[in-house]
Design a protein around this ligand. Sequence first.
Ligand SMILES: Cc1ncc(COP(=O)(O)O)c(C=O)c1O
Length: 490
Amino acid sequence: MNPYRDDDPARPLPPGGASRLMGGTSPRAFAAAVRRIADCRQQSPTPRAVQVIDAEGAAALRGMGVPAEGRPLDEVVDQLLHDIAPWRAAMDHPRFFGFIPSPASPLSALGDLATAMHNVHAGSWLQSSGPSAVEAGLIDWLASQVGFPSSAGGLFVSGGSIANLTALTVARDRTVAPEHRRSAVAYVSEQTHSSVAKGLGIIGLLPDQVRRVAVDAAFRMDAAVLARTIEADLAAGLRPFAVVASAGTTNTGSIDPLRAIRAVCDRHGLWMHVDGAYGASVALSPDHRGRLDGIGEADSLSWDAHKWLFQTYGCGMVLVRERTHLAQTFHTRPEYLLDAEVDEEQINYWDFGVELTRPARAMKLWLTLQVLGSDGMGEAIAHGCRLAAWAEDELRTLEGWEIVSPAQLAIVNFRRTHPGLSAEGNDALNRAISRRALEEGHAAVLTTRLGGQTVLRICAIHPDASERDMRATVRALEAHAIAEIAAGVS
Ligand SMILES: Cc1ncc(COP(=O)(O)O)c(C=O)c1O
C-alpha cells in the first residue's frame, strides 16, 4: 500500500532530528509531546466552562515575541498547555450551553492529527485520491440520510458560513442572468442566521435585495407571508431567485415549514436552500429525523459537522441536489492545473467550491463514524433533545419563569421576570443572571433577544451532560435570580 520504497529519494522523512524543520526535536520527544497534549485534554476539561484572561495576562502573551534561537519542544508545549490553552470558553464542556456548543469527540481530534501529519492536499484526485474517495462516499451517505436523490453531490467546507455562501453562489448562477443581478431578490426569515445575509452580500446582492419574511409564533418562516412577498416583488418587476429556509434556527431550533416553502418555490421557479448547519444532524437520529420532513426536496443544504456531529472546528458540508451544478459554477482550467484534470469517475474538489488548497476535512468525520457507527452517532444526537426537555421540565417547577420557546432540537429559551420590574428591568435581570452564571463558572448560559425581549437560552448537545446537570443548572439560575433581585438588579 505504501507507494514509497525505502531507497526512494522521495520517501518522506519521519519527524526526526534529520529534518531542519524540527529544531532538533527527536522522534521520541515529538511522540511524547503528542501524548502529553492528548492526555492533558482528556484528563482535564477546564474546570470552569468559561475562563477569560485578564489584561495583564493578555499583554504578556501578546508581547511574548519570537525567540531568535529556538526553545526545547517540551518547554513550548508546557507553555501552550498551562499558560495559553486554559484561557478559553470550553465549548466542549458538558455545561457550556451558549451559542452552538461544540462537544468535539477526541476521535475527531485524532482524525485531525492523522490528516495533518500526512498533510493531505484534498483539492484534486491526483493529490488525494484516497481521501477524496472517502469524501465522495461520505457525501453520498449524508445525502442519502436527508433523502437527496442519487444525482446529489457536495463537498466538505470550513463550516456553515462557507456552506451557505457556496450554495447561494450556485443558486445565483443557476437562476439569475448576469445582467439581471441588480433586480434579483432572495428571501430569508427574521430568524435566519446572519451568515446567509453575509453570503448574499458577497455574491453581489445589496441589502434592499434581501427580504426578511416574518415568522409565526413558533419562530418558523410564515409561508403565506413568503408567497405574498414574492408576488409583490414580481408585480414590481423584480426577479425573486432563492428562498433560504432553516432547519434548526440558531435562536430557538425552530424548523421552517419545508414542504410549504418548497411549494412556493416551485410555483415561481425559485431555488430552495436549507440552512441545516445546526439542525440537519437530527437526520441521523431515527427518533428525530421526522422533524425534518421535506428537507430532501431542497436544491441545496448546509450542514455543520463541527456542531452536532461532534467534530473539531473547520468541518461542515454543503450538498446540492444536482452535483454537476457545483462544477458549472466553480470549475476553472488554468494551465498550471491541467496535469490534474480528471475523468468522470474521479473528482477534483477544487472544482466544487471556493478553495483550491483544502485539508481533507472528511477524514475526521469518517474516523468518528467508523468507530461510533451510525447507531452510536444517532443516539448521541438524540441525547441533546432530552437535555433541553429536562431543562424545560425543571423550569416549569419554578415560580417566576416563562418558557419563551419550548425545547426544540436541544434549544430552549426562557426568561425570569419579577413583578416590581419594568420591561427594561426584566431584560437587565436576565442579562445579570447570565453574567452571574458565567462568573460562577458552573455552567455557561447566555442570552439572546426574542420578540423584543432579552431571554436566556440553553443549547444542550453534549452527550456527556446528564439530567442532573440540566436540573442543577436551572436551579443555579434561580439562585442567581434571587441574589440579583435582592441586590436590586443592576
Ligand atoms: C443555523 C446556522 N447557520 C450557519 C451558521 C454559521 O456556521 P459557522 O459558524 O460554522 O460558519 C450557524 C452558526 O452557529 C448556524 O447556527
